[in-house]
Design a protein around this ligand. Structure first.
Ligand code: GAR
Length: 209
């Protein structure tokens, strides 16, 4: 039997994207979420993990240096021996002290078509700007916030009369498909960065016998 493909998920909030992974790709012994790390105690994402029997940890920033937090975070995550780390609503900037420990193995989810509307409140930014389309991006996490190359992107229309709640619901639906799809592609070994131009990401086709 093939070795399990080990996922660690980092989350800060409600964890609906974590839930989409639990519901669609999490299979103990197969593609397995082996640890969920929360950025603070009491977040719903941790309850969702516990309900699914997945181990949890909390690594907070409060009262200390980001670098110091990231050294601890890297240690906690490394102990779980991840093949892939998924930032699913992780709302805290990560430094090289964390990212350099897992090169090309950390992916982030963002609720816009990057490079439009990086940072906080991406959905509100899109509404305020008056764009007709926004969307979802899953990309390699790098030290520049929301700056790594895109792996999957999908547009979402902004409809006349949308408020933040309505547009968020439409974006979440897409996120809940794209995040599991990203994990499936990684687990199948189909995601590659071009070594000569690391901004380019190749999704290789399924091998047909
Ligand atoms: C998601 O919409 C995700 O795109 C966003 O936080 C939400 C988390 O939802 N992430 C960012 O804005 C990161 N820059 P969830 O906790 O229900 O999965």
């Amino acid at each position: 039997m093939a070795d399990p493909y080990r996922i660690v998920v980092l989350a800060s909030g409600s964890g609906s994207n974590l839930q989409s992974l639990i519901d669609t790709v999490h299979a103990p012994g197969g593609t397995e979420i082996v640890l969920v790390v929360g950025s603070r105690d009491g977040i719903v994402a941790l309850d969702r993990a516990t309900a699914a029997g997945i181990p949890v940890a909390v690594v907070t920033l409060s009262g200390r240096d980001r670098q110091e937090r990231d050294v601890e975070l890297a240690h906690v995550v490394a102990e779980a021996r991840p093949d892939l780390v998924v930032l699913a609503g992780w709302m805290s900037i990560l430094t090289g002290a964390f990212l350099d420990r897992f090169p090309d193995r950390v992916v982030n989810l963002h609720p816009s078509l990057l490079p439009s509307f990086p940072g906080l409140h991406a959905i509100r930014q899109a509404l305020d700007w008056g764009v007709r389309w926004t969307g979802v991006t899953v990309h390699y996490a790098e030290e520049v916030v929301d700056g790594g190359p895109a792996i999957l992107q999908e547009p979402v229309p902004v409809l006349y009369g949308d408020d933040e709640e309505a547009l968020t619901a439409r974006i979440r639906e897409v996120e809940h498909r794209l995040v599991p799809e990203t994990v499936r592609l990684f687990a199948a070994g189909r995601v590659h960065r071009d070594p000569t131009d690391r901004r380019k990401v190749l999704i290789s086709p399924v091998e047909v016998e």
